[in-house]
Design a protein around this ligand. Structure first.
Ligand code: NAP
Length: 458
């Protein structure tokens, strides 16, 4: 990859799709100034006007759903049917914030010694979003829909392997009536992110991505005293308790682990099964994992496409090999297939123990790490024995007990009972510890990038 272009490579075939030129410093400055101009006008528009544009963005998404989905599949390899669903979810987020922002950002009266005092929510200005490739539309829309509805401008630094998606999203906002530059695609390499954060026109930063990228962006933003939201990695535990519906638990664990070829921050990365049901669970889980079809992501019958890049696939394989060297057993998969493309098979590692990469590192691909626990207490202990804290799930027929474990025992931002951890515009999403801080989605998300302003009148 040249230092002056971002090149998209189809991970299913290795074919070069297209290259986009990186902005020069002068072009970058001009883009920031144009964005600032657009934002200063945008924030004076009534919320109902902003909502009209956001509803139009939902229309633009749906009208060209096939085109956007194909672009995602080509650039990062997710099955086409999943990419179509991703476009629909983006449209849902646009509609959700179009409908609810007036309520979420309404003034809140507080009775004090004033004749009138209240809290109002004002936009911050330009917000930089550094985004990953794994859900190349959804990650961006779940930032942009609330941020723009709150009156901010959005600056996108998307992952280098999805430059076409970045340009497409800019086009969608522009065609939907948002002022030119309000949502700007900054086609820059990650080395230029620091200069954007340091620019006085930029008021806040959000990053969805890896821990090292989060540390780097937060350090610069901290140095400039700018607000950050970080959505980082995860190693979500899925606990299968002795009284679980094993068929459901195995189905959900399989789906969660293999969705998007396992490249999801909230997939079931550590499956922790209590000894009493271990053998019975593994029998069903193994069958389900082995039955999936890996192949061309454009084909309807395909469950799992290639991983997004060959280097990521090779890194994952190296984690698998290191875990096996340390004593894990490979029950399924674990071998790089012959032929073209960044494919990796559904893989199951058992006998996973503390000290192995599969226990403590994030495995960002279709590899299930299964850990056996003596009992419920040990399962909970193992679940929390991680530096991450994004999501978690517990499986038990005693929903009340499951709820207690989800609410009081698991240390994570989202804990589900008998179901798959997922994002939903109506629910806050985010992590604790090394999974980051701050929240996206729901009314919590839209309040991350606003000035919560006190107004006091005698
Ligand atoms: P990544 O390598 O950290 O890249 C994410 C974004 O950060 C890309 O735009 C990348 O640009 C940029 N970047 C990388 N290093 C940077 C630096 N030092 N300074 C500034 N920007 C930098 O992550 P990824 O491989 O794309 O995504 C996988 C990770 O994201 C996983 O850990 C996953 O769990 C996490 N993730 C978290 C969530 C969540 O909601 N918590 C959601 C999705 C993914 P370039 O592409 O140009 O390098």
């Amino acid at each position: 990859m040249s230092s002056t272009t971002a090149t998209a490579v189809n991970p299913a075939t290795g074919e070069i799709l297209h290259s986009f030129k990186h902005l020069t410093k002068t072009e970058l400055t001009a883009k920031l100034e144009q964005a600032q101009l657009a934002q200063s006008g945008w924030q004076t528009n009534h919320i109902s006007y902003r909502a009209g544009c956001m509803l139009q963005a939902a229309v633009e998404l749906r009208e060209r759903q096939q085109e956007w989905a194909e672009l995602m599949t080509q650039e990062m390899g997710k099955p086409f049917k999943d990419a179509q669903a991703e476009v629909e979810k983006c449209a849902w987020a646009c509609e959700y914030y179009a409908k609810n922002t007036a309520n979420f950002l309404a003034d809140e009266t507080v009775i004090t010694d004033a004749s009138k005092s209240y809290v109002s929510f004002q936009p911050l200005g330009l917000v930089l979003a550094v985004m990953p490739w794994n859900y190349p539309f959804w990650q961006v829309f779940r930032f942009a829909a609330p941020a723009l509805m709150a009156g901010n401008g959005g600056l996108l630094k998307h992952a280098s392997n999805v430059p076409g998606c970045a340009a497409a999203i800019e086009e969608i906002f522009e065609k939907s009536g948002f002022p030119t530059g309000l949502f700007t695609n900054l086609q820059i390499p990650s080395g230029m992110v620091e200069s954007v954060i340091r620019n006085p026109l930029v008021k806040a930063v959000t990053l969805t991505g890896s821990e090292p990228a989060g540390r780097s962006v937060a350090a610069t933003a901290g140095d400039c005293l700018k607000k950050t939201v970080l959505e980082l990695g995860g190693s979500d535990p899925y606990l299968v308790l002795a009284d679980a519906d094993l068929e459901n638990a195995a189905e959900v664990c399989k789906t969660s682990r293999l969705l998007n070829a396992g490249q999801s921050c909230i997939s079931a990365k550590r499956i922790i099964v209590v000894g009493e049901v271990y053998d019975a669970f593994m029998k069903i889980f193994h069958q389900k994992m082995a039955a999936l079809k890996v192949g061309d992501p454009m084909e309807d019958a395909t469950d799992i496409g290639p991983m997004a890049r060959k280097d990521l696939r090779d890194e994952l394989h190296e984690q698998v090999l290191r875990s096996i060297e340390a004593g894990a057993e490979c029950l399924l998969g674990g071998k790089i297939p012959k032929g073209q493309g960044a494919y990796y098979p559904p893989t199951i590692l058992t006998n996973v123990k503390k000290g192995m990469p599969a226990y403590s590192e994030e495995l960002f691909g279709p590899v299930a790490a299964v850990i056996r626990a003596e009992d419920e207490d040990e399962a909970i202990h193992i679940a929390n024995d991680t530096s991450f804290g994004l999501g978690g799930a517990v499986f038990t027929k005693n929903a009340e007990r499951g709820e207690m474990i989800a609410k009081e025992k698991l240390n994570a931002g989202s804990c589900f009972v008998n179901g798959l951890v997922k994002s939903d515009p109506r629910l806050p999403f985010g992590g604790i510890n090394h999974s980051g801080y701050g929240r996206e989605l729901s009314h919590f998300g839209i309040r991350e990038f606003v000035n919560i302003k006190t107004v006091w009148v005698r």
